[in-house]
Design a protein around this ligand. Structure first.
Ligand code: AOF
Ligand code: ZN
Length: 366
């Protein structure tokens, strides 16, 4: 049984926020619960960038009941005029008695000022209830708002011997249905998905979100230094989501012009023979893409890792062995001389999904 205490109500605020993951763009997910005389009188969650913050929805619902209430917010109420007025000011206006906050807002325009405003007005403020869960929930936002770089999740599905396809290139399917359903949920929860042009040539994927209920499809990003993407690829023609091609200044200008005329966005990432992935991440951050799901193949995965660009790894392992000297592996890169130079994961989590294993962790780069 859930005990009724601060964590009980904060848990509800976090549950609501969690269900909105993927639909707030560069904004965090936030939930608010207003409690008065032992009962919930208002709930709210931030649904979409540019619309009301969680506190506003919950306080509107509470109406006059907001006076003298306790308000649970999963993120420090904002103190700035962004697309909406500051939530701290609204809480002060409503004469709430106590505000319980899970964690501080790392946005440099807030960063403790919201809490300070509330305290200065005499409101009782408590910070840190379910902090760890709240910080983890907004890990994509937390990175983006402090660095302006997108948070990168790299997902791969391999056989037990680390292969992502057979020697003939067949890859349908390695992981089981439930694991693939999880991947589509991940697509919904990221603003963009990134693959190499090799994957587009080999599989002509749609890279959209296909779930048993409708989901949001991410922006499709294709790393294509020579701009060799086939003109009839689904990502260029199906109109199901925007597509961005990453290339270099060495790409043929007529090809660039032709694709742009077709409505395809092209980003020039460096002057070398290959896309400068670090530079690409900066440009994508400037374009307000705060989270990217990298879905391979092996070379892109390897380069992203080697350039220390991956924040989180998610590896699905199927109980299959395919062998083959030519069969591609999950991570293709130069590699290191010594085991002690290897990339090690921290915060490891392992989950069994039917007969597949899902390994999650955060690479530590030395
Ligand atoms: C809150 N409650 O529900 C959210 C907050 O452009 P705006 O006006 O939407 O402001 C976005 C910033 O406000 C965002 O970067 C983060 O610092 C904060 N988000 N704050 O009090 C909310 N979504
Ligand atoms: Zn706000």
């Amino acid at each position: 049984m859930q005990m009724m205490n601060d964590e009980f109500y904060m848990g509800l605020a976090l549950d609501m926020a969690e269900r909105a993951l993927g639909q707030t763009g560069i904004n965090p997910v936030v939930g608010t619960v207003v409690v008065k005389n032992g009962a919930v009188v208002g709930i709210g969650t931030h649904l979409r960038r540019g619309t009301a913050h969680a506190e506003v929805h919950a306080l509107n619902m509470a109406g006059a009941e907001a006076e003298n209430s306790t308000v649970y917010v999963s993120l420090e109420p904002c103190s700035h005029y962004g697309m909406t007025p500051p939530c701290s000011q609204r809480l002060i206006q409503e004469n709430v008695k106590r505000v319980v906050i899970a964690c501080e807002d790392p946005n440099p325009s807030v960063a403790g000022r919201g809490i300070a405003m509330l305290r200065e007005s005499g409101i009782e403020v408590e910070v840190g209830v379910l902090r760890e869960r709240a910080v983890k929930l907004n890990r994509k936002f937390n990175k983006y708002i402090t660095t302006r770089l997108p948070y990168i999740t790299l997902k791969t599905a391999s056989t037990l011997d680390g292969k992502i396809a057979s020697k003939s290139g067949d890859s349908k399917w390695i992981s089981n249905d439930a694991a693939r359903e999880m991947v589509h949920t991940l697509r919904h929860q990221h603003q963009a998905i990134l693959v190499g042009v090799g994957t587009v040539v080999a599989d002509d994927p749609m890279l959209t979100t296909r779930l048993s209920v409708p989901g949001l499809s991410p922006i499709r990003i294709i790393v294509d230094s020579p701009l060799r993407i086939p003109e009839n690829s689904q990502v260029l023609t199906d109109g199901k989501a925007p597509t961005i091609l990453l290339t270099t200044s060495r790409a043929a200008q007529d090809r660039i012009d032709g694709l742009r005329k077709q409505g395809i966005e092209i980003m020039i990432c460096g002057d070398g023979p290959e896309v400068d992935l670090k530079h690409a991440m900066r440009l994508l951050g400037e374009r307000e893409i705060a989270s990217i799901l990298v879905e391979g193949g092996g070379r892109i995965n390897g380069s992203m890792l080697q350039h220390h660009l991956v924040d989180e790894l998610m590896v699905f392992i199927a109980p299959k062995l395919i062998g083959g000297l030519e069969s591609p592996g999950s991570f293709v890169f130069d590699g290191y001389e010594r085991m002690r130079d290897s990339i090690v994961l921290k915060d490891m989590e392992v989950e069994l999904i039917g007969d597949n294993i899902c390994v999650k962790g955060k690479p530590v780069y030395s």
